[in-house]
Design a protein around this ligand. Structure first.
Ligand code: ZN
Length: 218
């Protein structure tokens, strides 16, 4: 059975299904049999000087191998102005809505901003927070706004705070990812399945089902 890897910056290896991140500023040269999310990372928003990028993203969103918008989002740790980040993030959310594609979200110290934006916009497409590491209380608030959660390498740090947050997430809202790390996706599933008291195979099946429901076109 395949491991779903919802967010990676590398090509997917055999035995994995998921989305490779493609930053919009790089020429899109899709590999056969792979699927992508395309977007502008909040660290890169100051590289775009005009609004032509919107046409480019809309065009790529129609590509049969593009299955999601992102990663895009908000980051309070970088120096780039948060207002400029918000402008780019919201435009990408609008394109995702128009194209009916899920969104892969990068969020650093901005979970409350995400909650506010979600309340204002009431999205009809899934919003997945990648590399999620919020506390259990934040997870509860995000769950009420229908967010999905993708857990990566930081889960392996075995921290009480993230473990208890992870255990609050219902199976149907859960994904896993390698992002930029070289940790095998299987190690993340192994750790998570131990926390859940399930077998790796049971967890693979749950996440594969989540993936198939969300990405009907793959
Ligand atoms: Zn990433």
């Amino acid at each position: 059975m395949n491991f779903v890897n919802i967010h990676t910056h590398n090509s997917l290896e055999n035995g994995q299904i998921g989305l490779t991140d493609h930053p919009l500023q790089i020429p899109f040269l899709p590999k056969k049999g792979q699927y992508y999310s395309v977007g502008i990372h909040p660290w890169s928003v100051d590289k775009f000087y005009d609004v032509l990028w919107k046409n480019r993203l809309e065009e790529l969103a129609d590509h049969p191998q593009v299955a999601a918008i992102g990663e895009c989002g908000l980051d309070r740790v970088v120096k780039t102005s948060l207002n400029l980040q918000k402008k780019f993030f919201i435009s990408q959310l609008e394109i995702a809505e128009e194209k009916q594609l899920p969104v892969i979200i990068h969020a650093v110290h901005t979970y409350s901003d995400l909650l506010e934006i979600s309340k204002n916009r009431n999205p009809s497409v899934p919003w997945i927070i990648h590399g999620y590491n919020g506390n259990a209380e934040t997870t509860g608030l995000l769950l009420r706004r229908n967010f999905y959660f993708s857990f990566g390498e930081s889960l392996l740090k075995n921290q009480k705070k993230l473990n208890s947050s992870f255990l609050k997430v219902p199976f149907e809202r859960m994904f896993f990812e390698t992002d930029e790390s070289s940790v095998p996706i299987k190690s993340i599933y192994k750790f998570a399945s131990d926390l859940l008291n399930k077998s790796i195979e049971e967890l693979q099946k749950i996440v594969l089902n989540n993936f198939n429901c969300m990405f009907a076109k793959i």
